[in-house]
Design a protein around this ligand. Structure first.
Ligand SMILES: NC(=O)c1ccc[n+]([C@@H]2O[C@H](COP(=O)([O-])OP(=O)(O)OC[C@H]3O[C@@H](n4cnc5c(N)ncnc54)[C@H](OP(=O)(O)O)[C@@H]3O)[C@@H](O)[C@H]2O)c1
Length: 309
């Protein structure tokens, strides 16, 4: 880290010689935090997509949040400074997401809203988008995704290109697309997907897909970035967490951020929504990143899109 270097230097130059070791440690920690605040990311940090739209690097996932829980979680997230909410027609919570956004009083244009076209809606994408917009109570979404690479995906993509021209979506993208699906889509697409939202974590480190997306200018978004909580007890992850004085969830999220990956952790608890956003005041060392890179075991919590032709 930047100030680690100065810790030694200061002794050599005699600047801090009178400081007891613990005070010096606190000083270095504070300077590190200040340095991170000045030069790196925060909760409002965005990534520029290939159409110049900006997507906040941290969003709230909403799968399995319904009714009052969905509305309350979105309100807590917006209160905590999140400006990106991920929903989908299949989650059955677009109405609550829209109503929380209205209640929050945060201007609509400051919030990045994603929704998705479900598999059974490929026969009428216009109707699907209209229904989502109506439930959300919005005139546009910031990002509209094809949820899964269903058979008609390439035809449906043409409809999404039209939605973009009509201004009903600010960006369009895909979800659960493999390199094969993307390569095939690119043969007929006039507009490149801005985003590919896929399952991604240190336990499912899809390096090849990440590099492919980067090379084509497609932003990668990580869903189930916390492995739905199932791998948070891993011992190597716990050791990195202890070393950095953070929780395993915060470490796993920070790992993705340092790879410029957008993350959308979900929580129904206010404490965890705050915890998942408290990841901008530290930085994982190269060594820690390497430990996490090596946790890959192709672990999935969701269906495997490689099995879809
Ligand atoms: N495109 C797709 O096909 C697709 C598929 C799956 C998900 N997604 C999107 O991605 C979002 C995130 O994925 P996900 O919901 O599957 O899983 P996730 O975000 O990896 O994990 C959510 C689970 O972790 C728990 N959790 C949250 N914060 C925690 C923390 N700090 N410490 C310990 N446990 C914590 C939550 O419990 P509590 O709620 O009780 O806190 C919940 O059980 C979804 O909500 C959805 O928006 C998209």
């Amino acid at each position: 880290m930047f100030f680690e270097h100065y810790k030694d230097l200061s002794f050599k130059k005699g600047i801090c010689v009178d400081l007891p070791a613990r005070d010096l440690e606190i000083l270095v920690e504070s300077l590190n935090k200040l340095f991170l605040m000045l030069v790196t990311m925060d909760i409002k940090t965005t990534i520029k997509l290939n159409n110049s739209s900006k997507i906040p690097i941290l969003g709230l996932g909403t799968w399995e949040l319904t009714g009052k829980n969905a509305e309350q979680s979105v309100l807590w997230a917006l209160e905590a400074g999140y400006r990106h909410i991920d929903t989908a027609s299949i989650y059955g919570n677009e109405k609550e997401v829209g109503s929380a956004i209205k209640k929050s009083k945060v201007p609509r244009e400051e919030i990045f809203v994603t929704t998705k076209l479900w598999n059974s809606d490929h026969k009428n994408p216009e109707k699907a988008l209209e229904s989502s917009l109506q439930k959300l109570g919005m005139g546009y979404v910031d990002l509209y995704l094809i949820h899964w690479p269903a058979k008609q995906r390439n035809e449906t993509w043409k409809k999404l290109e039209q939605f973009l021209k009509d201004g009903k979506c600010k960006s369009i993208g895909v979800s659960n697309f493999t390199i094969k699906h993307l390569t095939e889509l690119m043969k007929t697409a006039k507009i490149m997907p801005a985003v590919n939202q896929v399952e991604f974590s240190p336990f499912l480190y899809q390096k090849e897909l990440l590099e492919f997306c980067k090379s084509k200018g497609i932003g990668l978004e990580a869903y189930s970035p916390l492995t739905r909580g199932r791998k948070l007890g891993d011992l190597e992850l716990a050791a990195v967490a202890t070393k950095n004085k953070k929780s395993p969830a915060q470490i796993i999220l920070r790992w993705a951020l340092q790879k410029d990956i957008v993350i959308i952790p979900k929580s129904r608890s206010r404490e965890r929504i705050l915890e998942n956003a408290d990841i901008f005041d530290f930085r994982l060392s190269e060594g820690d990143m390497k430990v996490l890179d090596e946790l890959n075991e192709d672990y999935r919590t969701c269906w495997n899109p490689n099995e879809i032709d």
